[in-house]
Design a protein around this ligand. Structure first.
Ligand code: ATP
Length: 233
């Protein structure tokens, strides 16, 4: 693989993959199409269950290493970074919405949203608290923020996880089925909020989804079944 080829495109592409593959088990290899995602864009990853959507997000976030090929994220290569550097890079650059949400049931809604920031940007907590309330309102989540998370419905928890991921306006958002528990109009609301983040902050948004009814809201679709990366007109 030509190392310079990744470095040159990485200046324009925030997320880039080349010849990436991952082996879930001996004798099985998932190979990913190459792509380069610019800032201020929204991309969907689609494909049947088990095709590797979650794995791709993990590879991009440096949560697991690829078995082949190269991932580049803002010009950095998770493969060549130590665990501490990857963690710090992730904290500063990537908002993640996990498929299983990874919220803490015994904490309140606001504590869940603020938890990742409490250790690192304590002085900004009052502003972030206000932004969290604004985002919850924009996602039509009219709830008591001091309520323990365990009392919320699945779709409400999902929106809490989304607010947590975009709270600090990260340059990159990786979202795994962020509309999976939501009805159609609420799903559209979530994607519209991600679009606002892309437009206002130049963020690069990548969303794994099964929901083909929402694909018109994306600039680009990566189909893992066909390997086709299709740009919208
Ligand atoms: N940690 C792991 N170890 C081994 N195999 C794994 C691991 N994680 C996932 N797999 C396997 O890798 C393949 C891809 O899984 P992945 O979760 O990325 O698919 P997906 O497209 O996100 O599926 P879904 O739409 O159901 O969430 C699956 O066959 C899965 O069983």
């Amino acid at each position: 693989m030509d190392d310079n080829s990744i470095a040159s495109v990485a200046t324009e592409a925030v997320l880039k993959t080349q010849d990436v593959s991952w082996a879930p088990s001996p004798g099985r290899l998932i190979t990913y199409p190459d792509f380069a995602l610019p800032p201020q864009s929204m991309t969907a990853i689609i494909g049947p269950s088990g095709s590797g959507k979650t794995t791709l997000l993990d590879l991009l976030a440096g949560l697991r290493p690829p078995d082949g090929g190269e991932v580049s994220i803002q010009g950095a290569r998770p493969k060549s970074m130590g665990e501490m550097s990857i963690r710090e890079f992730r904290r500063e650059n990537i908002g993640i919405v996990f498929q299983d949400l990874r919220l803490l049931e015994h904490l309140s809604v606001m504590e869940n949203i603020l938890l990742p920031t409490l250790l690192h940007v304590r002085d900004r907590v009052p502003q972030l608290r206000e932004r969290a309330k604004t985002l919850l309102c924009r996602l039509e989540l009219d709830i008591d923020c001091d309520r323990p998370l365990r009392y919320l419905a699945g779709g409400e928890k999902q929106r809490v996880a989304i607010v947590r991921a975009i709270l600090q306006q990260p340059p990159i958002v990786l979202a795994d089925e962020p509309t999976g528990h939501l009805d159609g109009p609420t799903g559209e609301l979530v994607l519209a909020e991600l679009r606002t983040l892309a437009n206002e902050c130049g963020s690069t948004i990548l969303v794994a989804t099964h929901d083909t009814s929402l694909l018109s809201m994306f600039d680009r679709v990566i189909d893992l079944a066909s390997g086709i990366v299709a740009e919208s007109n």
